[in-house]
Design a protein around this ligand. Structure first.
Ligand SMILES: [Zn+2]
Length: 470
């Protein structure tokens, strides 16, 4: 492990001296109820974005601004040394929107009134992703205030729609991404392996949402008068949904597994050595594993294997007393997780063919693709990922663990399609309560994340070569 250069040491000292103020900054940011999935919170989302622009301006990014979209605004700032430009450019991504707080009775303090409890800032968004986003803001401030400049060119891009699939950001990147001249992106929105054990996520499963609709001609009809006479779409829907898996749990769609790129034996050995155990994955929340038996670990099954889950089922009137009527329209939402080698368009075609084949006579089956993004595997030997690994190692005093994730971050795929590798260097822990009540981000971890972000900028500046602006 290398010792820090004098300029890095100065930036780190500044961050340590300002740690209390940075924590206050996080509390201020958590105060905004920036719930992207709640239309009544639109003003809070905007106020949060405006606060970020003001903050970026005060730390030395005077041209920070909002970029309007059809949804939540993007927060954009860039700091580049004027030409001739001999520095790499890093895209720093974060999201300022949050999940809805959920049942208020389960919160020990109001979700948008941040408090410090047990050494952590508690409030919705503290960990996902406001604390992690601000670690990079703190790092940029620390560099500008001590060195007067950054060791790399930086483009900050913070979005307010991550929790609803990043539609505006992905459109923005597809249109303007090539002109940003970015070599690599850093996203801190994933987990560490454990306390003081840093991790870089190098593989994400893809995700596709398919709405499966089964219709009968005509209207909803009286169950007493017509049962036995008309086709029952809910039964047809249930039989199609049930046909998607074999009794053992394997996906039964013809051709579904054909193109999967299998992980190497060496990678599986590494996964076994560093990855979470079954018990860790199920956590202390009293979860039980699926009854399907398989000799593969849950870590392998949730990252190397594809999956189809049914996240919604709709049929008939679910009111208090229900209704004795046979519905005309029923639907299921299928959440597919795809792995390397699976093309979402081809998979959608296979599922469509399967559904039609298993539909009873009389059923009208329609499939709608609601969203699709493929799986992604980044090369851990990539220079940007190596820079992230060195920064984390110097900060936490332990080598980085490279992890696969079962989840999906669609923007990483958009960046990859532009030739931009993403360093997924996250600082959250499994018990931070992300998407759950009493979300928190440890004050000490916030300081570590800031230090790691300071070192990452230095490492990126030292090792990445610039790409000419187009
Ligand atoms: Zn997040």
């Amino acid at each position: 492990m290398q010792s820090d250069a004098p300029s890095v040491r100065a930036a780190l000292e500044y961050a340590r001296a300002n740690a209390a103020r940075f924590t206050t900054r996080l509390a201020e940011l958590v105060r905004f109820a920036s719930v992207s999935g709640d239309a009544s919170r639109r003003d809070d989302v905007r106020l949060c974005a405006e606060w970020l622009v003001r903050t970026l301006r005060t730390i030395g990014l005077p041209h920070a601004r909002l970029i309007e979209t059809s949804g939540a605004p993007l927060v954009f700032a860039s700091l580049r040394r004027s030409a001739p430009n001999g520095r790499a450019t890093i895209l720093v991504y974060g999201h300022y929107d949050v999940q809805p707080p959920g049942p208020s009775a389960e919160w020990h303090s109001p979700p948008f009134t941040p408090t410090i409890r047990d050494g952590a800032v508690v409030g919705r968004g503290a960990s996902d992703d406001k604390g992690q986003l601000l670690a990079h803001v703190n790092a940029i401030e620390s560099w500008i205030h001590t060195a007067g400049e950054l060791p790399v060119n930086v483009v900050c891009l913070f979005e307010g729609e991550e929790e609803i699939g990043s539609p505006a950001l992905r459109r923005f990147l597809r249109t303007h991404g090539p002109r940003l001249g970015v070599q690599a992106a850093i996203i801190s929105d994933t987990r560490m392996r454990a306390v003081d054990r840093p991790a870089i996520t190098y593989a994400l499963r893809g995700k596709m949402r398919i709405e499966l609709v089964v219709l009968r001609r005509g209207r909803e009809v009286h169950a007493g008068e017509f049962a036995g006479a008309v086709f029952d779409p809910a039964r047809a829907l249930a039989s199609i949904v049930a046909s998607l898996h074999e009794p053992g749990g394997r996906i039964a769609v013809d051709g579904f597994h054909d193109s999967i790129r299998v992980a190497s034996a060496a990678e599986r050995t590494y996964m076994k050595r560093v990855g979470p155990s079954d018990a860790e994955i199920l956590g202390s929340g009293g979860l039980e594993p699926a009854p399907e038996t398989c000799e593969r670990s849950l870590y392998e099954r949730t990252t190397l294997d594809p999956a189809i889950s049914v996240t919604e089922l709709q049929a008939g009137d679910a009111g208090e007393h229900g209704k004795s009527a046979i519905p005309a329209r029923t639907s299921a939402m299928l959440d597919l997780r795809l792995v390397a080698g699976q093309d979402p368009r081809r998979i959608a075609q296979l599922v469509r063919t399967h559904a039609r084949r298993f539909a009873p006579p009389g059923a009208h089956v329609a499939l709608r693709i609601r969203s699709a993004s493929p799986a992604l595997v980044l090369d851990p030997r990539n220079a940007a990922l190596r820079a992230g690994a060195r920064a984390a190692e110097a900060t936490f005093g332990r080598p980085v663990v490279f992890l696969r994730s079962g989840g999906t971050i669609p923007v990483v795929d958009t960046l990859a399609s532009l030739g931009i590798p993403t360093v997924l260097l996250g600082f959250a822990l499994a018990d931070d309560g992300m998407h759950a009540p009493n979300e928190r981000f440890g004050v000490r971890r916030f300081a570590q994340a800031t230090e790691c972000a300071i070192r990452f900028l230095a490492e990126a500046g030292r090792t990445l070569s610039p790409r000419p602006l187009q």
